[in-house]
Design a binder for this molecule. Structure first.
Ligand SMILES: NC(=O)c1ccc[n+]([C@@H]2O[C@H](COP(=O)([O-])OP(=O)(O)OC[C@H]3O[C@@H](n4cnc5c(N)ncnc54)[C@H](O)[C@@H]3O)[C@@H](O)[C@H]2O)c1
Length: 350
């Protein structure tokens, strides 16, 4: 007798859902995409076609009436919390695109609900599943870094500003490059550092180019009147173990690289960079350096992330990206904005 498949419903059928999530779900033979909800019927239809023809809904509450094991949320950031709470309240496990939410209060509300209902909640931080991420994590876990005392996180683009309203309108996005790409490099860096507890943050957040007219965007025109998030942010973070971290994120700036995504960690035994996986250390009084290569190929990090989510649900394993880690990432980004708005250092109580 054929056993029942793992049934997932997708909320938000736009860019990321069509490009990587739906193909990632379809890659798993034990999974069936039961339906897709998108407020845009045209987008829902396109996504359903990518999924091989599945029922569509323009209200995710209708999707939640189906027989589902899990929900995958790929909406603009501000919809993550209501969609995740509705899915968890209806007894479904949740995989949600980054940032899980744009405030720590929302992350905590989702996380506590998931815990209470014994459901899995995973943030889709696919960079943890990249070849460089896997290689550097294995090197760190083997003790090669020693105590991490400082880190640098950069998510800096020359002129790749995502023009869609879901990214540039604060009421939909909740934040600019800090929340969009800073979140990737910061999550990766904290994961490698073992998630120390952030206690103080001083930051700045500003719109330097996106309201003006003279910086060309490699992704085309955007609505300057609607633009209401930062295009640059930076901060310094202090952790309870004395370690520090410097963060920079931008969608536009004058630099020659199209994009620099970097987490660099300085430890007492060695130092390492992600995603290049370069390391430096001293062996027997001699400088040593090189590049780590993980032997296992990672052809598609998003697909691996989805497979890890299904595995944690099916085999009742801990969430591969738990909310208790994500709340530290969001807490730092939230404090960068608060520090900038209030003109002072913010003390975190996570
Ligand atoms: N991990 C990555 O590399 C990566 C890359 C891009 C985007 N993302 C994240 O994925 C999310 C979506 O980004 P995108 O690029 O696909 O955006 P998108 O605008 O292309 O798609 C979002 C879709 O959500 C739909 N939507 C909006 N409100 C909704 C609601 N209430 N119910 C159902 N659907 C709704 C929109 O109609 C749209 O089709 C964002 O949170 C973003 O940060 C992650």
């Amino acid at each position: 007798m054929k056993s029942r498949k793992f049934r997932v419903g997708i909320i938000g059928g736009g860019g990321i859902a069509q490009a990587v999530h739906i193909p990632g779900w379809r890659n798993l033979p034990e999974v069936e995409i039961a339906g897709i909800a998108d407020v845009s019927e045209a987008t829902a239809k396109k996504a359903a076609a990518v999924a091989g023809g599945v029922p569509i809904f323009t209200d995710y509450r209708e999707l939640l009436k189906l027989d589902l094991d899990a929900v995958d949320i790929c909406t603009p950031n501000k919809v993550h919390t209501p969609a995740a709470l509705a899915a968890l309240n209806s007894g479904r496990h949740v995989l949600c695109e980054k940032p899980l939410a744009v405030t720590t209060a929302e992350v905590r509300e989702m996380g506590k609900l998931a815990d209470k209902k014994k459901l899995k909640l995973m943030t889709a931080q696919h960079q943890r599943f990249t070849q460089g991420g896997v290689a550097v994590k294995a090197w760190v876990d083997a003790g090669n870094l020693g105590e991490a005392y400082h880190a640098r996180v950069r998510a800096m683009r020359r002129a790749w500003l995502p023009p869609s309203p879901g990214f540039i309108d604060a009421s939909l996005a909740g934040g600019g490059p800090c929340m969009d790409i800073g979140v990737h490099a910061l999550d990766l860096c904290l994961w490698l550092m073992g998630f120390p507890k952030p206690v103080r943050v001083s930051g700045t957040s500003k719109t330097v180019f996106a309201k003006g007219h003279d910086m060309p965007n490699q992704w085309g025109e955007w609505d300057r009147a609607r633009y209401s998030v930062e295009d640059f942010a930076a901060g310094i973070v202090h952790f309870d173990n004395g370690a520090t971290l410097m963060l920079e994120a931008a969608w536009m700036c004058h630099q020659v690289e199209n994009e620099e995504l970097l987490a660099q960690i300085f430890g007492k035994k060695g130092g390492v960079k992600w995603p290049s996986a370069e390391f430096a250390t001293v062996t027997n009084g001699t400088f040593a350096q090189g590049t780590l290569t993980h032997p296992v190929q990672v052809p598609h990090p998003h697909w691996n992330e989805i497979a890890a989510f299904v595995d944690c649900v099916t085999n009742n394993k801990p969430s591969p990206v738990p909310w208790t880690e994500t709340i530290k990432v969001i807490g730092i980004l939230e404090a960068v904005y608060a520090s900038s708005a209030q003109g002072r250092e913010i003390t975190l109580k996570l």
